[in-house]
Design a protein around this ligand. Structure first.
Ligand code: 3HC
Length: 309
């Protein structure tokens, strides 16, 4: 490429400033942004399934209304992120095809089942809590449209985390059965929540370049550690234990030591062999096919409106 263009790009990144859609950018920078933003958008949309399953079975109108609002927010997060990705020259139709063809990913965490109502609270508390740790730094990511989408998403994610924590706190103040439901749910979701942050830094092929380009502001392990340190006191306040015998405060480090997640499990889930991968993809495919008539009608209407102008 023109050396001056590369130098201008490097200077913008070096200053910690933003790259905007009309700026020149290296193809590899564009490709890694499409990869990450598309995966993030797919995660939001697939993430509607585990919780959506509980909308019809929520125990009260209040819980149903909150859950409905949260799942609707996730759809909106997907919308902002697909829109941010489209500024890089790809269409959401293409991205949906890549997802359905298994050529793009979505977050591992949504491949776990939600058999218990307490999972609605645990997803809010742990999964949205982990998402906040991962997404707040992304508000400062070097690509403008992505960073700006993150600011709105992070505000809504805080509501998601608070409502989940409040739901669990309510159950913990209930009966022994409710307390047992919460603990059983936390036991199932703790380790998959740690895996959400990705493989260890030493096994993270994208991190070095993503950090050099200011796409990723913190490493996978840094954010995982931040999440553990943030969550331990919350678990204590809730009165639940976290299923890690190695979890303890380390005064010298000023952080909690914790056990090693099962990286083979993460690789298997990312590779499509998680408990719910087939179900999540079948549901997404069916929704896409069942919705084809809506897209066709909207396109026909737009064409007729254009013709009538
Ligand atoms: N699930 C699925 N794939 C994962 C993964 C996970 N938890 N963690 C890592 N991977 C994949 C990566 O995509 C990469 O594969 P690829 O090169 O084919 O894309 C490979 O494993 C190696 O990982 P790297 O660490 O090298 O990859 P990244 O530098 O992209 O880091 C990441 C992974 C930290 C997830 C980063 O992509 C990221 O920050 N993405 C944006 C945030 C995001 O997607 N969060 C998902 C949470 S879901 C959500 O926010 C919804 C909320 O409402 C709960």
């Amino acid at each position: 490429p023109d050396a001056a263009l590369q130098a201008a790009f490097d200077a913008t990144i070096g200053r910690g400033d933003r790259i905007e859609p009309r700026d020149w950018m290296p193809d590899a920078y564009r490709r890694t942004l499409v990869r990450q933003i598309a995966q993030h958008a797919h995660s939001e949309i697939i993430g509607m399934q585990p919780e959506g399953a509980w909308i019809g079975r929520a125990p009260s109108l209040r819980r149903k209304a909150i859950l409905l609002a949260k799942v609707q927010d996730e759809a909106g997060h997907g919308l902002y992120l697909y829109s941010a990705c489209e500024t890089l020259g790809v269409s959401r139709a293409e991205l949906t095809e890549l997802l359905l063809a298994g050529r793009q990913k979505y977050s591992s965490i949504f491949n776990y089942p939600t058999p218990s109502y307490a999972d609605v609270g645990t997803i809010g508390w742990l999964v949205d809590g982990a998402a906040i740790c991962n997404q707040v730094p992304l508000c400062r990511t070097s690509y403008g449209p992505y960073g700006r989408a993150m600011i709105r998403i992070c505000k809504e994610e805080s509501f998601h985390q608070r409502q989940g924590y409040e739901l669990l706190m309510t159950m913990m103040r209930g009966t022994d059965e409710q307390r047992a439901m919460v603990q059983e749910s936390v036991d199932r979701f703790w380790w998959p929540s740690l895996m959400m942050f990705g493989p260890p830094d030493a096994d993270s092929p994208n991190s070095a370049r993503s950090m050099a380009w200011g796409v990723k502001r913190n490493s996978n392990d840094e954010l995982r550690q931040k999440f553990v340190d943030m969550t331990v006191p919350q678990a204590e306040a809730l009165g639940v234990t976290l299923p890690d015998p190695d979890l303890r405060w380390n005064e010298e480090r000023g952080h909690h030591d914790f056990g090693e997640p099962d990286w083979d499990e993460l690789a298997a889930v990312i590779g499509g062999d998680g408990p719910c991968n087939a179900q999540r993809m079948a549901h997404r495919r069916a929704a896409h096919e069942d919705g084809a008539w809506v897209r066709d009608a909207a396109t026909a209407f737009a064409e007729r409106t254009e013709a009538d102008r």
